[in-house]
Design a protein around this ligand. Sequence first.
Ligand SMILES: C[S@@+](CC[C@H](N)C(=O)[O-])C[C@H]1O[C@@H](n2cnc3c(N)ncnc32)[C@H](O)[C@@H]1O
Length: 217
Amino acid sequence: MTDNINYNHIVDYLNITLPDTSGLLREMELYAQENTVPIIQKEVRCFLGTLLRLIKPASIAELGTAIGYSSLFFSHYLPDDGKIVTFEREEDYYQIALENIKKAGKENMIKIMFGDAFDNVKKLDGKFDVIFMDANKSMYRYYFDTLFPLLNVGGVIICDNILYKGMVSNDELCPRKQNTIITNLREFLDFISHHPKLETSIIPIGDGVSVSVKLSD
Ligand SMILES: C[S@@+](CC[C@H](N)C(=O)[O-])C[C@H]1O[C@@H](n2cnc3c(N)ncnc32)[C@H](O)[C@@H]1O
């Protein structure tokens, strides 16, 4: 099993079958690999690309920029006047993300809010078609509560690492020190699965991805 979510032979097959990136995105993948930067996995990237083709978003809010890989990937699915706001608290990642965004010529489209997203999400205004959560997992509910009013009806909340190495579904995989994260993730999954204003699916690819469509305000 890979990270206790899927069988290795399935992940290997998906990896050789799904298309690779090129250019700057490929360079960023290699950088991430060499420097252990946690970016979205290949099968998750492809799944999100397909979703974004269907959603046709004009605006995305992202929690967790790292070096800007997913932001730049998403930017290919937005119109030229689209906007992405993304949150990052690590200074080194922030600086590398800025450089990558500049290299890609996407400074007008992608804005990074540097600092702890706990404070910065409260400063966000405007409306969004997609919210992508890929930062500290314990805070997903807080980010949801803060950002749900800014999500357009018909918009989509996507959360990564939602099954967290399989620990969310299996107590035996869960070391004691991870208890709080796992409890919070379980409560969050239960919350979005039964929320009357959401239609939710949980997909066991990568480290687990949830997709919730907002049905009404
Ligand atoms: C999994 S990485 C994001 C990867 C990125 N979405 C990608 O796929 O290219 C998570 C990032 O969230 C950032 N992060 C974690 N907690 C945060 C917080 N409270 N505020 C802002 N950023 C945070 C981490 O520093 C890390 O860079």
